[in-house]
Write a protein that binds this ligand. Structure first.
Ligand SMILES: Nc1ncnc2c1ncn2[C@@H]1O[C@H](COP(=O)(O)OP(=O)(O)OP(=O)(O)O)[C@@H](O)[C@H]1O
Length: 239
């Protein structure tokens, strides 16, 4: 599969403190990639670096084979990358206005059309379309943030812990929505603690203390008993 996003030898830090060391990561077109790792491993830092919220100290990020590490966030969005942060919505705007914000670079016609698609995919937010995002429950807000990120018709969706604050049923719903979009060509890169996302992943990275500790398929991860026990505390047969 042709490469969509490729990060090589990434070095990233805050102030003088280095957080990511020699990180390599690749997402192919249409691929579903999961980043797992313990708290504080650097998952959010890596995602923020890929969308351009944090500058790199060293290394390279290629998108569609072009270097983007010096590119502003808005340019990266226009190129087809979309990012769902852990918070993800503007509380003081309505649900509809949040979606419009997600489609900021599209025409009004495209935005209206896409918004209807989002309401079909996420009925839970359709009922609340005129409500302020700040009045939504945590789970509804999470759904809205995903819909907002999809408004720009991204090629690559980067998501930081989509399952946090979601009831198990909604986690399953988000996973099936993502699978539907993936069938239409969307690639995604998800940082998660919830190993349920392994069910929809093609490739897994494990980030530990700012370094990649594992890269492989879900099957390869499940066969690696030592890794599996270290990160999930259970044997593969139980997951
Ligand atoms: N703005 C910041 N300034 C300084 N240090 C930071 C900042 N944000 C994160 N860090 C530090 O960087 C390290 C990695 O944090 P990061 O949030 O990327 O990890 P994570 O893997 O996403 O963790 P979690 O799973 O708990 O969300 C941590 O030691 C954290 O304290």
């Amino acid at each position: 599969m042709p490469s969509l996003l490729c990060a090589e030898q990434l070095q990233v830090g805050y102030g003088k403190m280095q957080i990511l060391w020699d990180v390599h990561l690749e997402v192919a077109k249409g691929e579903r990639v999961l980043i797992l790792g313990p708290n504080g491993a650097g998952k959010s830092t890596l995602l923020k670096t890929l969308i351009g919220l944090i500058h790199t100290w060293g290394g390279q990020i290629l998108y569609d084979n072009q270097p983007i590490q010096a590119m502003r966030v808005d340019r990266r969005i226009r190129k087809g990358i979309s990012y769902v942060s852990e918070l993800g919505v503007v509380p003081s705007l309505t649900v509809e206005d949040n979606l419009r914000l997600g489609g900021y670079y599209s025409s009004r016609h495209e935005v209206n059309q896409r918004m209807q698609e989002m309401f079909e995919e996420f009925p839970i937010i359709k009922q609340k379309r005129k409500a302020l995002a700040g009045s939504l429950s945590g789970g509804q807000r999470k759904m809205l943030s995903t819909a907002k990120a999809l408004m720009s018709h991204p090629q690559l969706l980067i998501m930081d812990e989509p399952s946090s604050g979601l009831a198990p049923l909604l986690v399953t719903e988000v996973m099936s929505i993502l699978s539907r979009f993936q069938k239409q060509g969307l690639s995604f890169l998800i940082a998660e603690q919830n190993v349920k996302f392994l069910d929809i992943a093609d490739k897994v990275y494990i980030l530990d203390s700012g370094r990649m500790a594992f890269t492989g398929t879900v099957d390869e991860l499940k066969k690696n008993d030592a890794l599996h026990r270290a990160y999930f505390g259970v044997s593969p047969v139980n997951t």
